[in-house]
Design a protein around this ligand. Structure first.
Ligand code: ADP
Ligand code: MG
Length: 672
């Protein structure tokens, strides 16, 4: 190919023949069989075989727009053909006596039928027509037809079944009746004349299944190796476990634990008593009470003579947790707050660090600042990371550097569906809080089209007059873009409607100190309505806030809406959440309906996964989750489970140099 095309492909990430071979069709069209020109019928795409006659280029008044007209003729008759913007066709084919294959839509024109913009190729080397045609996703500016031509060229040069190395052991291919990789690729790019088009289009052909399984197997082998490496690490620390510890822990919570909290505690204590460092995910919906579980786990570490660390994503949340952990544990242990601005002066910050290094301070609560090089612990036992829905390999490594491989408890309010947890983390231990503490108020969720917003705000004002506190959430948009409402518009409206009530605004682009000041004022009740972007999404705990209006709610993802709503309903009264929306796409309508129908975070996570796909949900890159090219979750769950079991079996048999080679390969991939 020429340099321009090569560059266009490279721009879309296709640089080598291998890249091209792995650029797979996303659907197939059955273009088998041609029909006589005389039988052309308006309305569908059809394939004809014949000579091209009477081709002429037609000039039009529109600049940069040209037409070529002519006829396709076979024994049965002739049919007018028109092409847009392909002037070269007039020269290329005008004098040819060869037969062409044309495929395209037949439309009714002023004076009869017309074949519009068909693909056109010598019938002897047909690529597009009279076959099951693969339809490729465009690669940048290179369209499906060009890609089809290129791949046909590749297949002529390369014998895929003979030349592509197999990656899956033969015995496993036999177990599931799957074709070898080379054959599978060949079949995907050039399905045989008798292939099952339906199965191909549904990603269910044997060729697809080979790729799905292979991809998941590679991933599971890598995960199993990582896990083995983790399990080879033994912990030098000994945690207490006996009756004395249990008595101490029982004194800490100011309320009886829920069954789910008890269960999670049991799982955590078992980990801490075990021989390997803990790596456990604690997931529970907003308000399910993860903090007390973390506090008790930390108490177990502190009681055993080790230090603890608790990391939150923002300064405000760190302060909030510092306050609640101080209430729970402050009588027993010295707790310090470590954030970028904590200590204020350099001297104060130095004192904090010295206290942690000497072991005088037992528990550090803070932000990322906790894991800076300069912060040293005397002997860190357990680290808790809060509100981390995107916990990846990078974060684990950061922590690993703090002392002797601390035990790790990661908490998230964005539940990870089972299928996804298995892909991302292999068999990462998971504890789930699937029960809310008693007496939690319900949140009533309503949807309202934008034209009803006046009525919504009237009700909001009533609630404010009755002493309630409210969030008004809007997407952050520079100027009023399209039909979404911008933050500044919303702010103006809220200030007008709520005249007389103190209102503040927060968004991600204002100075952090100013933002924190506004949030604090809202928590204290000095500000009664908070106009905000999604910066309030995570963790903020203001039980007195009972109203939420979400503007342009169609712009938010389902998980995000759920997180936002989690800011209200944290007290005892009934809370209200109204999602105002503009015109809805089908997908947006589905999201909002699910949102209004359930407050169950797990159900929302599963539905979200189905609507959006896993890459989006976890933030593929951040989570260190390899992106899957062919496999999809949760649809391919069965293959995922097979791959996991087979990966274990394979590794169980590998010994010596073969195992070592594989481990090195995986380590190289992981570090890149
Ligand atoms: P999240 O899981 O969202 O982090 P929190 O730990 O902030 O939830 O808990 C939410 C609220 O529920 C807190 O005010 C907490 O004190 C309260 N809470 C937690 N567990 C219980 C319980 N077992 N009984 C009563 N209240 C509880
Ligand atoms: Mg929390």
């Amino acid at each position: 190919m020429g340099p321009a095309r090569a560059e266009a492909l490279a721009g879309a990430g296709l640089r080598t023949v291998r890249d091209l071979i792995l650029h797979l069709p996303f659907r197939y069209e059955d273009r088998r069989g041609t029909r006589p020109v005389a039988e052309a019928a308006a309305g569908t795409s059809q394939t004809f075989r014949g000579r091209l006659v009477g081709l002429r280029r037609i000039r039009t008044r529109r600049r940069g727009f040209s037409l070529v007209r002519g006829f396709v003729e076979d024994g049965s008759g002739r049919l007018p053909v028109v092409w847009f913007n392909r002037p070269y066709l007039a020269h290329q084919t005008a004098t040819d006596e060869v037969e062409y294959l044309l495929h395209g839509p037949v439309k009714a024109a002023a004076d009869g039928l017309e074949l519009v913009n068909p693909s056109c190729e010598p019938a002897a080397q047909a690529v597009h027509g009279d076959r099951i045609a693969p339809i490729y996703p465009a690669a940048g500016k290179v369209g499906p037809a060009a890609l089809r031509r290129m791949l046909e060229g590749v297949l002529r040069e390369i014998d895929l079944p003979a030349q592509v190395a197999e990656t899956v052991p033969e015995e496993l291919l036999e177990r599931y009746g799957l074709p070898p990789l080379g054959e599978a690729l060949q079949a995907l790019h050039h399905p045989g004349a008798d292939a099952d088009v339906e199965a191909l289009s549904q990603r269910r052909s044997p060729a697809h299944l080979r790729l799905i399984y292979g991809e998941l197997l590679e991933l599971q082998v890598a995960l199993a190796l990582v896990r083995r490496r983790e399990e080879a690490v033994r912990r030098a620390r000994r945690y207490q476990s006996g009756a004395r510890l249990r008595r101490t822990l029982a004194e800490i919570p100011p309320f009886p634990l829920t069954g789910a909290q008890e269960r999670a505690m049991g799982e955590i204590l078992a980990d801490l008593g075990g021989p390997h460092p803990m790596l456990r995910l604690l997931q529970g919906d907003v308000g399910s009470g993860k903090t007390i579980v973390a506090a008790l786990a930390l108490a177990a570490a502190l009681e055993s003579g080790y230090q603890g660390a608790f990391m939150a994503p923002t300064e405000l949340l760190a302060e909030q947790h510092y306050a609640s952990l101080s209430r729970l544990l402050g009588d027993r242990y010295k707790i310090v707050l470590v954030t970028a601005s904590s200590g204020g002066s350099a001297g104060e910050a130095g004192r904090l660090r010295a206290e942690l290094a000497s072991g005088e301070a037992r528990l550090a609560v803070g932000t990322h600042a906790l894991f800076q090089e300069s912060v040293e612990f005397q002997e860190l036992g357990l680290a808790v990371i809060d509100e981390q829905h995107r916990f990846g390999v990078a974060q684990r490594d950061l922590l690993r550097r703090k002392g002797d491989r601390p035990d790790l408890l990661v908490m998230t309010a964005t539940p990870i569906p089972r299928s996804l947890a298995l892909t991302a983390y292999g068999d990462l231990a998971v504890s789930t809080l699937d029960e809310l503490p008693p007496g939690r108020s319900a949140v009533r969720t309503e949807l309202a089209p934008a034209r009803q917003s006046r009525e919504v705000y009237r009700r909001l004002r009533k609630a404010m007059e009755a002493g309630e506190r409210a969030y008004v959430v809007a997407p952050f948009i520079e100027e009023s873009l399209l039909d979404a409402v911008s933050l500044s518009e919303v702010e103006a409206r809220v200030r007008e409607i709520l005249a007389g009530f103190p209102v503040a605004t927060v968004h991600g682009r204002m100075p952090a100190a100013e933002r924190e000041r506004a949030l604090r004022a809202f928590a204290a009740g000095e500000v009664r309505a908070l106009v905000a972007t999604t910066v309030i999404e995570v963790g903020l705990d203001v039980p007195a806030a009972t109203w939420m209006v979400i503007e342009s709610s169609e712009r938010f993802g389902l998980a995000q809406l759920h997180q936002l709503r989690g800011r209200v309903g944290r007290g005892t009264g009934l809370a209200t959440c109204v999602a105002i929306h503009g015109r809805l796409s089908e997908a947006a309508r589905q999201r909002l309906e699910i949102f209004a129908a359930t407050t169950d975070g797990f159900e929302i996570a599963e539905r979200d996964l189905l609507l959006r796909g896993p890459g989006d949900l976890l933030g593929t890159r951040q989570a260190g989750l390899p992106s899957l090219a062919v496999a999809r979750l949760p649809e391919d769950w069965d293959w995922l489970v097979r791959a996991r079991d087979d990966a274990r079996e394979l590794l169980g048999r590998l010994r010596g140099p073969a195992l070592k080679a594989l481990e090195e390969k995986v380590a190289a991939c992981a570090s890149s």
